[in-house]
Write a protein that binds this ligand. Structure first.
Ligand code: AP5
Length: 214
């Protein structure tokens, strides 16, 4: 199954995708995670995109489109994929239609105050990328030095540079202007399903299963 996860920043796309890959047995492709890995590795791409991402702006369409096109050409996407965070602009959506079909577009719905609450408390494992939340899902393990570490791999847990309040507000604005119009674009094509992202993670997974029929 080929799925797109839409929804505002912090609506839980990455958290749901981590659970949905076990259900669907398809790869999770997050453009944000690809960019963050490039930044951590200090690659040419990473240097180009770091300041853009930290400020809450979008990376330009041509870089992002060619990155996703190359990724979808790999063999593990033959049976499907979850695209998390792409497309995010109308040119990206139109480009995607030229190189892949899509079965459903899952729109995770969440209000701005809840987005701020979730992103303000988010912590991420620097090593494996798993998401935590200071209140809703804190890491359970602590290092010898007394700081929180990842339950899964023991990696350092940190706050993303784009999770500062100013950057979060910018991301919400960018989402409203450039990404939200895709909701109607996919609704008109009969591909859109909505998932209420307000409840806890287990209930959101149930909402997703019902909406997609898996
Ligand atoms: P990206 O990483 O895609 O950021 P985003 O869309 O802003 O989404 P997030 O990762 O912030 O949130 P999420 O919806 O995955 O929520 P999460 O599961 O973490 O992109 C980052 C940047 O890269 C962009 O700003 C842009 O610069 C660039 N970029 C990426 N793609 C691009 C593209 N296509 N074009 C151009 N530029 C691009 O959850 C959030 C928090 O809530 C966590 O703490 C989590 O533990 C908690 N949580 C999740 N679900 C629940 C729940 N049900 N109940 C309680 N807490 C929950």
């Amino acid at each position: 199954m080929k799925l797109i996860f839409l929804g505002p920043p912090g609506s839980g796309k990455g958290t749901l995708a981590a659970r949905a890959v076990d259900i669907l047995k398809v790869p999770h492709i997050s453009t944000g995670a690809i960019f963050r890995s490039a930044i951590a590795a200090g690659t040419f791409l990473g240097h180009r995109v770091k300041a853009i991402i930290d400020a809450g702006h979008l990376v330009n369409d041509s870089i992002t489109i060619s990155l996703v096109k190359d990724r979808l050409a790999q063999a593990d996407t033959q049976k499907g994929y979850i695209l998390d965070g792409f497309p995010r602009t109308m040119p990206q959506a139109k480009a995607l239609a030229g190189f892949s079909t899509v079965d459903k577009v899952v729109d995770l719905t969440l209000s701005d105050p809840l987005v701020l609450e979730r992103l303000g408390g988010r912590r991420v494992c620097r090593n494996c990328g798993v998401n935590y939340h200071r209140v809703f899902n804190p890491p359970k393990k602590v290092s010898d030095q007394g700081s929180a570490i990842c339950d899964i791999c023991g990696g350092e847990v940190y706050t993303r540079d784009d999770d500062r309040e100013e950057a979060i507000r910018e991301r919400i604005e960018v989402y409203r202007e450039q990404t939200a119009p895709l909701i109607d674009y996919y609704r008109e094509r009969g591909l859109l399903v909505e998932v209420d992202a307000r409840p806890g993670v287990d209930q959101v997974v149930e909402n997703f299963r019902k909406a997609v029929g898996v």
